[in-house]
Design a protein around this ligand. Structure first.
Ligand code: HEC
Length: 178
């Protein structure tokens, strides 16, 4: 009887150990687990480099497409120029060369997940402190974000323009506190 119990215990431990090991390697992290990890400040090296949000290591990005840049410019004028110009600081930083200093995934995560980027990503937190403002936008789809990325990539490295030639020049900044 005692022998049996010992044997069953060993079998059980082996099964549990196997289940844990198997579970750790094959069960994907749930959204809740990921949020808890970000809240605790435990970012992976991928997330430190590429931001936190819907764009993960596994995401395949569409190839750079100049025809989407024009659509990106329209969206930029409607949704971003309230706070950003390419070559002049406004409510937020200038964005001409943002695709040179940040990875494509980082830019997409910033556009698709600005609140958590500003609260939980070390670089986002620095910028929020510097600009004393969170980036807020609504109604941006993944497709819009990729168009914007194409626009920003197509503008990177070009000479700076005078303020009155900035895309969306004259768009009023958001009211204070928003
Ligand atoms: C309400 C103002 C506001 C709007 C609208 C806004 N942003 Fe921002 N953005 C900010 C602020 C403030 C920061 C810096 C703080 C932060 O990173 O959250 C920022 C940061 C960024 C960054 C990171 C820059 C860097 O150097 O890392 C990118 C990229 C960006 N914005 C792109 C966009 C795009 C594209 C849009 C339009 C879809 C947009 N933003 C709309 C205010 C705004």
């Amino acid at each position: 009887m005692r022998k049996m119990t010992y044997a069953s215990l060993v079998t059980l431990s082996v099964l549990v150990a196997g289940w844990i090991a198997g579970g750790c390697s094959s069960t994907p992290e749930t959204d809740a687990e990921r949020q808890a990890r970000w809240t605790a400040g435990n970012l992976t090296s991928f997330e430190t480099e590429n931001g936190i949000g819907p764009i993960t290591e596994d995401t395949q990005l569409a190839a750079a497409d100049p025809s989407r840049a024009a659509s990106g410019q329209d969206i930029f004028i409607k949704k971003c120029a309230t706070c950003h110009y390419l070559d002049h600081k406004k409510t937020g930083p200038m964005l001409r060369d943002v695709t040179k200093r940040r990875s494509a995934q980082y830019v997409l995560n910033q556009i698709l997940n600005p609140e958590q980027m500003g609260k939980m990503h070390p670089d986002g937190r620095k910028l929020v402190a510097q600009y004393a403002q969170f980036m807020t936008i609504q109604g941006i789809t993944r497709e819009n974000a990729e168009d914007l990325l194409n626009f920003l990539r197509s503008e990177a490295g070009k000479p700076a323009l005078p303020i009155e030639q900035q895309p969306g020049f004259g768009t009023p900044p958001p009211p204070a506190g928003q």
